[in-house]
Every structure is written in structure tokens, then in C-alpha cells.
Design a protein. Sequence first.
Length: 201
Amino acid sequence: MIKKIKLTVMAALTLSSIAWANNGVYIEQAGNSNTISITQIGSNNRIGNSGLNNSSSIVGSNNLLTITQTGDANIVNYAMIGSGNTVAKTITGDTNQIDFTCGNGTTGCTAVNSAMTISGELNNVTSTIRGTGISSTLNITGDSNNVTQTITTDASTSAITILGSNNNFTSSMTGLSGGLGHELTANITGASNVSLRIVTG
């Protein structure tokens, strides 16, 4: 088994907790203008811990987070609070499962850019974003895709592209439009498509 965990940190960074085992990593980070890169290659990939209701987290502004997972039973559980943050997630095979949260019941995200690319196989995505001025993109290629997206925010945009196979897609965008209106673009190709889209505000 090949295991590689890379954590790159620039600017002022506070890591209050880092732990890894069996190709897993858990991070709590607070601060602004940081760059964090996590790369996992091999079996039992995990970022965060959903079983303990304990996602890895970033609290702060103008942070850049890049996550790359290649191989096996990838899981990402990440939570973010702050403004001007950018998150890029690239996941390739196999049993992908992602749970991304931006904002919570009291503090939202502002001007956050979230981009996710998944290639194979048993993808499952849950994304919950609260705040204002959010841009979210999701691209999935194969196989048993399942997507649930909830955006409670002002003036948000979302673009979702799914190419194969047993797609299931639900998206809800609610909140004030800020005079600009919400924008949802969804393209789903092959095979057993089911889609529910709710856009209000």
C-alpha cells in the first residue's frame, strides 16, 4: 500500500490538532490567508471523521484549501467558516464519499468558491453551504452518483455536471437574491437520472 500525506502551509497558520492513521488525516485550523494542501494516495483515505461528528475544519478568511485523493475508499468530511475562502477537491476512484459544510447555524460563509471534481466510482456527495455570494461547482464522471446540495445564501451560483451512471440529484437554493437572483446550471448525462431542483429567492 502506498500512503502519502502532504500538508503544505504558508503564512500564519495555527494547527490545533493533526492526527493520521491508515492514510487518514484530521485538521483543525484557525487563521487568515493560509494555503493548505492535502494529498492522499492509497487505501483507506479519510479526511475528517464523520463517525464522531468531528469534521476537519478551517475557521478564517482568504484561505486556500486543496484536497487530492487517489484510490480506494476515499472519505472527506470538512467544515469551513469565514469569507473569501477557496476550496478545490479532486477525487479519483474508488468508493468516494464527501460531506462538505460551509457556515453553521450562527455564522455563514461570504464570497466562498467551492470546486469539486470526482472521477469514479461509487460517488456520494453532500454539500451544505450557508452565507452570501457563494460560487459552487461540481463535476462527476461515473459511476453510482448521488448528489444532495443545499445552499441557503444570498446571490449564489451553482453548476453541476454529471456524466454517467446511476445518477440521483437534489439541489435546493434558498435565501434573498440580493437583486441578482440565484443561478443553478445542471447537466446530467446517462443513465438512470432522477432530479429535483428547488430555487427560491
